[in-house]
Design a protein around this ligand. Structure first.
Ligand code: PMP
Ligand code: GLN
Length: 378
């Protein structure tokens, strides 16, 4: 077989969104809002275009945007990243993750991945000759068993990837989790890759525990985030990563090869837009209301669930409805009932998630009502 990634299939997000379109179904599968991004932000992009920001920006990203990101992280998490040496604007978090893994994972290196895991991590590790070491998150709340992580560490462990708030479960790391991680990593040269694309979507008054808040973690960490998730414009594909200069230097080598730089007018617009922190600080409340509405609307359905703590996803367990496997049930739901979701087993290793579907509640109230109507009839 000449394929470099023989086991890798078309992403479930592409599969389900296409199926939703083909069957004219309500799409609660792939994670994107079905409402518009702020008109003010769109105007800022138009203005940036009119002002002539239409050629290559600096490879590492527009300076004013890197400065705003540095300020944001400083005020939220108390760590100042040097905007010249420690921050890079990327083509969404996807490319930040790709560049970070590719920069550091050599053939034979082990990378600890917590399952269920976002679908780009493992193919990227494998493409670089690395070996994913999978650890299952435990229980209804998808908690990390830190003892298991500790015993998975070997002399070949190059990196550990974490994701909080977690896609697809909506679980979040606590301060205790971060302390445990700190204990495991102290004294090693393991690199920490932290996927924090849902950092501004944390519910019920809880805090986002960014790696940036923990100096002993931050000194060895690459933190990735995404404006698409925060500002309702996933199609603009703009994100960033931050890391200590000596790590960032290596990431930028890959970044230059893969994309060199990313869209210019959007970066200029985001830099202006970020000047008002309430624009991201109010997001948790906004999505908590969506989660609460969705859960209220399905409260009389046969699904079981633990309310999501963050992200814009809710897992629903359907074992009271059918014995089908999630992949089959998800397919039938689109074709026969007109509702698309994401089967969770696709991200996992064992049987744990065979009867759960992920629903994206970043939708208008009207869409959530129509979806809930279908779910309540099952
Ligand atoms: N990581 C996670 C956990 C995600 O859910 C996503 C999807 N947005 C990404 C990374 C990729 O983000 P982006 O769309 O900015 O590339
Ligand atoms: N992150 C989004 C999700 O989990 C999808 C991103 C993508 O389509 N690659 O649904």
């Amino acid at each position: 077989n000449s394929s470099k990634l023989p086991g890798t299939k078309t992403s479930i997000f592409s599969v389900m969104s296409k199926m939703a379109k083909d069957y004219n179904a309500i799409n609660l599968s792939q994670g994107f809002p079905n409402f518009e991004t702020d008109q003010t932000l769109k105007n800022l992009v138009t203005e940036a275009m009119q002002e002539g920001y239409n050629q290559y920006p600096p490879d590492i990203g527009v300076q004013s945007l890197r400065e705003e990101i540095s300020k944001k992280i400083g005020s939220l998490y108390g760590k100042i990243y040097d905007s010249e040496k420690e921050i890079t604007i990327t083509n969404g978090a996807t490319q930040a993750l790709y560049s970070a893994i590719t920069a550091f994972v050599h053939r034979g290196d082990e990378v600890i991945v917590l399952k269920p895991a976002y679908d780009t991590y493992e193919p990227t590790i494998k493409q670089n000759g690395g070996i994913p070491v999978q650890i299952q998150l435990k229980g209804e709340n998808y908690k990390v068993d830190w003892e298991e992580v500790r015993s998975a560490v070997t002399s070949s462990t190059r990196m550990i990837i974490i994701n909080t708030p977690h896609n697809p479960s909506g679980s979040i790391f606590s301060a205790e989790d971060m302390k445990e991680l700190e204990k495991i990593l102290t004294g090693t040269n393991i690199i920490l890759l932290s996927d924090e694309v849902y950092e501004h979507l944390v519910f019920d008054g809880k805090n986002h525990e960014s790696v940036s808040k923990y100096p002993k973690l931050a000194e060895r960490a690459i933190v990735c985030s995404s404006f698409g998730k925060t500002f309702h414009n996933t199609g603009w594909k703009t994100g960033y990563c931050v890391a200590p200069a000596q790590l960032m230097k290596e990431i930028r080598k890959i970044h230059e090869i893969v994309v060199f730089s990313v869209n210019h007018p959007m970066q200029v617009a985001y830099a202006n837009y970020l000047k008002k922190p309430e624009r991201y600080l109010e997001l948790s409340k906004f999505y908590q209301n969506k989660r609460d509405l969705f859960l209220h609307l399905i409260k009389d359905s046969k699904f079981n669930y633990t309310p999501s703590n963050g992200t814009y996803y809710q897992l629903l367990n359907f074992s009271n409805i059918t014995d089908e496997k999630d992949v089959d049930f998800a397919e039938r739901l689109v074709k026969e009932k007109g509702l698309a979701s994401i089967p969770v087993s696709v991200f996992n290793i064992d049987e744990k998630d065979n009867q759960q579907l992920r629903f994206c509640f970043a939708k208008t109230d009207e869409t959530l009502e129509r979806a809930a109507e279908i779910l309540c009839k099952l």
